[in-house]
Unconditional design. Sequence first.
Length: 412
Amino acid sequence: MGAGIAGLSAATALAGRGSRVALYEATGHAGGRCRSYHDAVLGRTIDNGTHVLVGANRAAFRYLRRIGAEDRVMALGDGGVPFVDLARGERWRARLGGGAVPWWMLFPGRRIPGTGLGEHLRLSRLFAAAPDATVAACLGHGPLMDRLWRPLTEAALNTAPEEASARLLVPVVRGMLMGGADAARVHVARDGLGPAFIEPALALLAQHGVAARLGARLRQLDVTHGRVTGLVFDDARIAIAVGDAVVLAVPAGVAANLVPGLTVPLAHRPIVNVHIALDGSPTNPEPLVGVLGGTAHWFHRRGALLLATVSAAVALAEQSAEAIAAAIWRDAARALGLDGPLPRHRVVKERLATFAQTPTEVARRPAARTTSRNLILAGDWTATGLPATIDSAALSGETAAALAHAIVSERH
């Protein structure tokens, strides 16, 4: 149930194991919060947001290999991620990674400009963080917070460091800063999210005789003697046979309505994206640029289309689309060398982009197993141990597939 990344990950993993799979999606499209669609204002296909991978996102890359789409994402090179500080007028590259022990922190030339070794050594506090600790409480404030920890936390956890779970940032830091240069390397979808993550998965499922049934909104789970026995839709009821498994890969709020007594994260944080159809070429040709001291957090350019992303955009999401676009265009002019009037654009507010990844909400993430013997949960909001990202969604699907396969195998 659900054809987002988590559902597609589970479905493709199960189909690859030879299981008979049926896939249902409530909306009119697959992909969930990771998709591409045609925008009439811009006259072109756009992504619903910026979703980047790093080499340390192992589950996401396993998913791409499984659907035959690993070549549809491209690495941005080993020169590091360029940053622009609009308030200070400074530019630099963040070069992370280097090995299990981050010796690179000892060398001033490898550290973020303007930061000291003492700030880097605070990292030990993060690994010793209590369950209720926040990122800011562990790592403190200063240039390194402003230039590395805040951008990294907001990008990975979509939550400000002052309230973000310290423990949830640990796998991000361990993977990117201590996993070697390849683990820290940033990857983006070559031709968009749909062609990279969604269309190949649907094509693979079609080869296994699985067609996603779109517009099929699940209204109720029939449960008898601790087992799901039926799926109730608007127009039909589907019986669940003994030995069959149900993977519920739907948003947290939907799952809570379908499964009585299920504890899920309740609060959410928005992401604001602005798509701009460029008339000219930016003087900064980088495909991905981090921004400090402005409104935008990231600029991602693909051809003549520029996408600005602002994570943890609680206040910004309340502003008008016109005000948001104007502020973003001012940042683009200074960061990328663009000029002229604001071109055609589209502002997209994803108000429920991720759950608020605070210690309180992280503690509410449920495990994949449920009290119903044949009902399994999947989604980036489940207890994967990772932030709510594509990597978490893909991992949750793998976990759900393994559990579902075990249930089905018991029948034979």
